[in-house]
Design a protein around this ligand. Structure first.
Ligand code: FE2
Ligand code: FE2
Length: 214
């Protein structure tokens, strides 16, 4: 195995920085139509719109983290084909980033001010997972996607049937997170120790609580 420093080649570092700047400062453009397209706006209550915008801000923040995790995991992995699979998955996830940002704005909300902080932390975490080898790297990915699926289910329940456009986006993302988890399992994800899964839940709870407000 290459040493950590040998592993970081300058071209990939620059590409990674470029990616970070685009995720954090760019206006993401989805390649596929939002699941909300053609769905009638039925959330007209100011208080509920604020709540839905805050939930979608949390989801957007989660997608910023997903971009950073995938990039970190790809950067930390020495398996060329896995690296390409991770980079491809990150580009699929970028639609989620665009759909959630668009819905936050439609609802009159703002994106999280803490995104750069979560991006940096998630990249470091992903990189560490990547360095642990394919089985753990994929295991980390599968557990992340599993927790995101559960988290999105919580949002669906909190919104009920009161905001059909937001719900359509969340359900669309949830379906794809399930596919990402299944892909990771098919590729040989190892099951993470319970203590790691619990630590990931605690970190996610901190992130979701803060990004709901800021
Ligand atoms: Fe996603
Ligand atoms: Fe995903």
């Amino acid at each position: 195995m290459k040493s950590t420093l040998e592993h970081l080649d300058p071209d990939r570092c620059i590409a990674g920085l470029d990616k970070a700047v685009r995720v954090l400062l760019g206006d993401p453009v989805a390649r596929r139509a939002s699941p909300a397209e053609g769905v009638r706006e039925d959330n007209l209550d100011p208080e509920l719109r604020r709540h839905a915008a805050a939930l979608m801000r949390v989801n957007h923040c989660g997608e910023v983290c997903a971009q950073a995790l995938y990039q970190g995991q790809a950067a930390g992995s020495s398996n060329e084909s896995l690296r390409h699979a991770l980079e491809r998955a990150a580009s699929e996830e970028s639609d989620h980033l665009a759909w959630s940002a668009e819905r936050v704005r439609e609802l009159g909300g703002h994106l999280s001010l803490l995104n750069p902080f979560w991006y940096a932390g998630s990249f470091a975490l992903g990189y560490a997972a990547g360095r642990l080898g394919d089985g753990w790297n994929l295991g980390f990915l599968a557990e992340t996607e599993h927790q995101v699926e559960e988290h999105l289910q919580g949002h669906i329940e909190r919104l009920g049937n009161r905001d059909t456009r937001t719900r359509a986006i969340i359900e669309g993302m949830q379906r794809e997170e399930a596919e990402h988890r299944q892909n990771a399992e098919r590729l040989g994800a190892r099951e993470l120790p319970e203590v790691v899964a619990v630590a990931m839940r605690v970190a996610a709870r901190v992130m979701t609580t803060l990004s709901y407000r800021f």
